[in-house]
Design a binder for this molecule. Sequence first.
Ligand code: GDP
Length: 395
Amino acid sequence: MGGHTLIVTNDFPPKTGGIDLFALEMTRRFPPDSVTVVAFGGPDADAGDAEMPWEVVRLPVRTLLPTPRTISAVCELARERGADSVWFASSTPLGFMARKVRHRTGVRRIVATSHGHEVWWARIPGGRQVLRRIGDSVDALTFISKYTRARIAPALSPAARRRMVEVSPGVNPWGSGVGLPAEGEVPRGEELGEASADGGRARARHGLGEGPVVLSVSRLVPRKGQDRLIELWPSVVAVHPEARLVIVGTGSYEETLLEMAEASAASSSIVLTGRLPDADLADLYAAAAVFAMPCRSRLGGLEVEGLGIVFLEAQAAGVPVVVGRSGGAPEAVIDGETGLVVDPGDLGAIRGAVLELLGDPERAARMGAAGRAWVTSSWTWDARYEVLAGLLGRG
Ligand code: GDP
């Protein structure tokens, strides 16, 4: 497959959210000399770029916006590199420049990828107009879940709606699915093998004893529902005194969650680890009996979970999941088979789901195995890349 693709993105390492991971997992699958990543700048933004096998051009702004200067820089790069396709890894707002890029360069195919936050854009008047223009300027606007598609599509023209294609997140075939390199590290591949995961190592490292571990991994923000887990935890420990709740990640809600954990009657069995390297995370998945993230929608449905890569990653590691009913999150699990979907506003329901799985380890193990089989066959980054590459005319 020939051609050169410009990947224009505000989401890329060293940032570490779900969209950054999405952009990285797609980028690493292109032949490295056939892509140029155009990304944000700022202090240390380029720390790991030299080790990446593809070219990364950092523009001198912390956030790329479709300003005349940025559009000119993108067009110049497209011409210099002979790019025939452009991928906007997150459609808003950068996809707004698609029309100009097409007119001013030899680029023939343009694809923009929507995630969870486009649901918000689709709900506000100015945002809808931006989305409509993007939809009309690109060859395909992709979506990550049926939920987000249903919310975004009404903002688009009928023609753009017909060009929507599903490209959801995935996991890596080698096991746990965790694949984001640590800051400044070379993007990793197969060496993060299943065999390297060691639950005993995680138990020793975090002082978890021998009891069942309930794990939650994600950015620490109110939407993800780690506060609910801390609230209900004493009632879980009342039934399973040896159980441990392990919350991994960092974010704006960290201080609040730390205070809640400290004030809890079950504080000695709650561990907040902060951000961990992927290898530690793989060890924790190997130790976990249950993965729980009772995510919730906020701001009247403007802020939702688009899908939740962490649910896929947990299932890929063979761990059953407890999933909050928010946005597209229920699509990341087969309710009753690979995990349980709960109403995130109902503390009793979340507690019930966690206890149901802790109380029946055989069923939990069956669910974990089913989740692993489902996710590693139906949710791979490799398959997503094939779709994206095809849309970019590189299939
Ligand atoms: P989003 O940021 O809201 O899109 O959340 P997602 O659940 O969709 O994706 C978050 C990604 O960041 C997943 O791949 C997680 O494994 C990863 N992640 C979140 N916190 C940590 C952490 O502390 N360590 C590591 N290694 N990965 C993390």
